[in-house]
Design a protein around this ligand. Structure first.
Ligand code: 3H9
Length: 716
C-alpha cells in the first residue's frame, strides 16, 4: 500500500502522508521514492495549480527520518549519501513551479520540519499535538536535509541556532510569532484554509513567504559579517560550557550554518551532509539513538509481566509530607488534572507546601509553558490537610516524609485504615527497603516504592520498586501514573537502595575514599565532570545534602557491609554538622542565595590528611569512581534488582546523571570491553581488597566473551 495518496480538489493536489501500518509518519526509503514519483507527476501535470501536503495520521505530520534506518548505515559515506539524497529531494520540492502549502497537524520533527521548510507556505493547526522541532542533536546528529540552511534564512540566525542547538519544541502560537509558520488555524479548518491559500498563491494574490520582523537588535547583529561572527562565537562558547565538548553535533551544526552564510548555500548544504555523514555513524549518535529506542520501549512497558492487568486511573492523589519532595510530586500531579490532598502535621507546613506548588506553576506560567487558565485550573486542584481528609477517595497515596523507618511505619498505620481496599500506597523513599516499610501494613500487597528524583518537576526518571508481595495491578497503576506525569519509568525489585541509590552510593563512596587518601575536592569533581557527569560527586553531595548522603551511606553499609562502608571524610563532615548547599556550607562555600563558590579550605581540617592534599591522577579518580558504579550496576542485574541492562542504562542516565553519550553503565562495559573492565576491577581489588571484587555476572560475561547488547542495533 502506498504511503502517499493524491486527491484533486479543483486545481489543487492534496497529497496525504499516511504510512500504512505505522504509528507515525517517518521518512523511510520507500517514502522518499514515493515523494520523488509524486513530485515528478505534479511537475508534469498541467492541471495542477498548487499542492497541499497533509497528514492522514491523528498525531503526526512527519516525525522525521526513519531512525531505524540509521542503524543500517555502514559508513560515513553511506550517511552522507542519505543526506545528499534528502537534500536533493527537498530541493526538487522547493523548485516546483506550483506553490506547495504544508498543512501541519501533529508532530513535525527533524526531516519532517525540513520538508515543511522546503514548502512555499506553512499553516499549522492550533492544537497541543502540533509541535515543530529539529531534535537531531539529541540523537547526536544534525539536520541533514537542508535544515541548517533553510531555517536561519526563514526565522533569522539566532532563533535558528537556538532551535537547532536546543532541540526545543515549538508550539503553534510561538511558531507563528517567530515566522516558522505563516498561519495558525483551528484543526477543523486546516484543510480548507490550506486549499484556499494554495489557490491564492497560485493566482499570485499572496506572497509565498511572509518574513517576520526580527527586531532591530537582531537585524543589526545578523545582517553583517562582524555581527554574525559574534553570534557564532557566542554559540560555540555556550555549547562548550554546556557540553564540555563531549557532544560534537551542536558544534557541527554551527559549522554548517556558518558555512552557508560565509560561503553560500551550496557550500552550506555540502558541509551539512559532510557533517551529518560523520556524525550519523559516530559512537555518540549510536548511544543517543539507543536511549531514544530504550525510552520509547519503556513507554509501552506496563511494568508487569504479560498479561498485565489494566491500570486504575488516578483521579485523586494523597501526598503525605508537604516538604520539598511531597510538594514537588503534587506540583506535577495537579498539572495533569489530578486532585491532590497534601497532608502534613501542621498548617504552617501545609501552607509552605502549597506555596511551593504554586511557585513551580508560576515559573511555568512565566516561561509561557502554561496559560493563565491552565495555571488557575492546576492550582485549584491542590488542597491541604492536617488530618488526612479526602484521602478516602485517593486511588494512590505517596508518602514523602523523612527517611526514617519508624516514622514511615507510623504513617502507614495512620493512613492505611482510611484508604479503600484497592488503593495503592507508595513510599517515595530513596533507600529504605519497601519490604521493611510494608511490614506494618495490613495490605502489604498494595505497597510499593515510587522513587522520584529531585527536583521532581525537572528530573525525568521514576523508579518504581516492587516486592514479591506487590499486586500486579498496583504496579501497573503506579507505572501508568508515572508516565502520565511525564516520567520515564523503570521497575526494579526491592533491595536496599534499589538500583539508582545503590549504584550512586558506590560511586560517591569511592569519591569520599579518594578524599580520605588526600585527593583534592576540585580534582575529584574535575575528573568526573571530564568523564561527562553533569556535576562532580562532591558537588553532588553538597546538592543532595551531606546529612542525607550520610544517612543513605549508613543504611547501605548496614545492608552490604565493607564494600559499601562510607568514607572517613564523609563521616567526619556529617558529624561537623555541615549539610551542603541547603545549609549554605558544605565542601564548597555558598552565598546567601545558595550560589556555589569555591571549595571551603576549612573543610580539609575535618578530613584525613588535613590541608596536605596530594596529586592523584584524574584517570585514576575516574576509573575508581566509574568502575565502582558499573560493578554495582552489574550486581543489581545479577541479583535481579534490575530486569534488564536497558533499565539499568536508562535509570543511570536519567536518574543519576551517567553521561548520555556513553549510553549507560552496561553500554559502557560493552564499549570498553567486558574483559578489560574485569581486568581493571581485579587490579583495583588487589590494591583495595574487597572493594572492587568484580561482579560474577561481569566475570561470566568476560569468560564467555558475551556482551549486554548485540554489536549494532536497538538492543534488548
Ligand atoms: C532526522 O529527521 C534526520 C534528518 O534531519 C536528516 C535525514 C537525512 N524513526 O514515541 P512513540 C516510532 S532524525 C523511527 O511511542 P508518541 C517509535 O520508535 C529524526 N521510528 O509515540 C515507536 O515505535 P514502536 C528526528 C520512529 O506519540 C512509534 O514510532 N525525529 C520515529 O509518544 C511510536 O512512537 C525525531 O527525533 C522516527 N523518526 O511520540 C522524532 N518517530 O511502536 C522522534 C517515532 O515500534 N520521535 N518512531 O515502539 C518522537 O519524538 C516521538 O516518537 C513522536 C511520537 C513525538 C513522533
Amino acid at each position: 500500500m502506498p504511503a502517499l495518496t493524491i486527491e484533486h480538489v479543483g486545481g489543487i493536489a492534496i497529497v496525504t502522508i499516511d504510512l500504512p501500518g505505522e504509528p507515525v509518519n517517518k521518512v523511510t526509503a520507500a517514502l522518499r521514492a514515493e515523494f520523488a514519483a509524486v513530485f515528478q507527476q505534479i511537475a508534469g501535470d498541467a492541471t495542477v495549480r498548487g499542492v497541499v501536503l497533509a497528514t492522514g495520521k491523528a498525531d503526526t505530520w512527519l516525525a522525521g527520518a526513519d531512525i531505524d534506518e540509521f542503524l543500517t548505515l555502514q559508513s560515513a559515506a553511506d550517511a552522507r549519501a542519505l543526506s545528499r539524497s534528502g537534500q536533493a529531494l527537498l530541493a526538487r520540492l522547493e523548485s516546483l513551479t506550483v506553490p506547495v502549502v504544508a498543512a501541519i497537524h501533529g508532530a513535525c520533527l527533524g526531516g519532517g520540519l525540513e520538508t515543511a521548510l522546503a514548502c512555499h507556505y506553512r499553516i499549522a493547526s492550533d492544537h497541543p499535538k502540533t509541535v515543530l522541532a529539529l531534535p537531531e542533536v539529541q540523537l547526536g546528529i544534525i539536520p541533514g536535509a537542508g535544515g541548517t540552511q533553510r531555517l536561519p534564512r526563514l526565522i533569522g540566525l539566532q532563533r535558528a541556532l537556538d532551535l537547532i542547538l536546543t532541540s526545543r519544541n515549538v508550539r503553534g502560537k510561538r511558531a507563528l510569532q517567530m515566522g516558522l509558520v505563516d498561519e495558525l488555524v483551528h484543526p477543523a479548518i486546516l484543510r480548507s484554509v490550506a486549499i484556499e491559500r494554495a489557490n491564492s498563491l497560485a493566482a499570485g494574490a499572496r506572497e509565498r513567504r511572509s518574513p517576520k520582523g526580527r527586531g532591530a537588535a537582531a537585524l543589526l547583529l545578523e545582517d553583517n559579517p562582524i555581527g554574525r561572527s559574534v553570534v557564532f562565537r557566542k554559540a560555540r562558547q555556550g555549547v562548550m560550557e554546556k557540553t564540555s565538548g563531549h557532544y560534537p553535533a551542536p558544534l557541527a551544526a554551527i559549522e554548517a550554518v556558518q558555512t552557508g552564510y560565509d560561503r553560500g548555500a551550496e557550500a552550506g548544504y555540502r558541509e551539512e551532509s559532510h557533517r551529518f555523514g560523520e556524525l550519523a555513524v559516530s559512537d555518540v549518535a549510536r548511544e543517543l539513538t539507543f536511549l531514544f529506542f530504550a525510552t520509547t520501549a519503556l513507554k509501552k512497558d506496563p511494568g508487569a509481566p504479560s498479561p498485565a492487568p489494566d491500570p486504575v486511573t488516578v483521579e485523586t492523589l494523597g501526598v503525605v509530607g508537604a516538604g520539598f519532595m511531597g510538594a514537588g510530586i503534587a506540583s506535577i500531579a495537579v498539572q495533569q488534572g489530578t486532585a491532590v490532598r497534601l497532608k502534613d502535621t501542621d498548617t504552617r507546613r501545609v501552607a509552605h507546601g502549597l506555596a511551593a506548588i504554586s511557585d513551580v506553576l508560576r515559573e511555568r506560567l512565566k516561561k509561557k509553558q502554561l496559560t493563565r487558565l491552565q495555571f488557575d485550573d492546576a492550582l485549584i486542584l491542590a488542597g491541604g490537610t492536617t488530618d488526612y481528609s479526602g484521602f478516602g477517595k485517593a486511588e494512590l497515596v505517596i508518602e514523602a516524609v523523612f527517611e526514617d523507618l519508624s516514622l514511615k511505619h507510623r504513617i502507614i498505620r495512620e493512613v492505611e485504615p482510611l484508604l479503600h481496599e484497592g488503593a495503592v500506597l507508595a513510599s517515595n523513599t530513596s533507600t529504605l527497603p519497601i519490604g521493611r516499610i510494608a511490614e506494618v501494613a495490613q495490605r502489604p500487597n498494595r505497597v510499593l516504592g515510587m522513587h522520584f528524583f529531585s527536583p521532581v518537576h525537572k528530573m525525568p526518571l521514576l523508579e518504581v520498586i516492587v516486592t514479591p508481595a506487590t499486586d500486579a495491578d498496583a504496579i501497573v497503576t503506579a507505572v501508568a501514573y508515572g508516565k502520565t506525569l511525564g516520567k520515564t519509568v523503570i521497575v526494579v525489585n526491592d533491595a536496599p537502595g534499589f538500583y539508582t541509590t545503590r549504584t550512586l552510593s558506590a560511586y560517591m563512596n569511592e569519591a569520599g575514599r579518594l578524599l580520605d587518601e588526600g585527593a583534592s575536592i576540585e580534582a575529584i569533581d574535575r575528573a568526573l565532570l571530564a568523564f561527562g557527569f553533569p556535576v562532580g560527586p562532591i558537588t553532588l553531595l553538597d546538592e543532595v545534602g551531606i546529612d542525607v548522603g550520610g544517612k543513605v551511606g549508613e543504611t547501605l553499609f548496614g545492608a552490604f557491609g565493607a564494600r559499601m562502608s562510607p568514607s572517613e571524610s564523609l563521616r567526619r563532615v556529617v558529624e561537623s554538622g555541615r549539610t551542603g548547599r541547603k545549609g549554605r556550607l558544605g565542601f564548597y562555600r555558598y552565598d546567601a542565595e545558595g550560589t556555589k563558590g569555591d571549595v571551603d579550605p576549612s573543610v580539609y581540617e575535618l578530613v584525613p590528611h588535613g590541608a596536605q592534599r596530594r596529586e592523584i591522577e584524574g584517570d585514576e579518580i575516574t576509573q575508581r569512581c566509574v568502575l565502582a558504579m558499573v560493578n554495582e550496576a552489574a550486581r543489581c542485574l545479577e541479583e535481579g534488582v534490575l530486569r534488564s541492562p536497558r533499565d539499568g542504562d536508562v535509570g543511570a542516565v536519567f536518574g543519576i546523571g551517567f553521561p548520555p553519550f556513553r549510553g549507560g553503565p552496561f553500554r559502557y562495559v560493552d564499549a570498553v570491553g567486558v574483559e578489560q573492565v574485569v581486568d581493571e576491577l581485579e587490579q583495583l581489588n588487589g590494591r583495595f581488597p574487597g572493594r572492587f571484587e568484580p561482579a560474577d555476572l561481569l566475570v561470566d560475561h568476560a569468560r564467555g566473551r558475551a556482551r549486554f547488547y548485540p554489536p549494532r542495533g536497538k538492543g534488548p
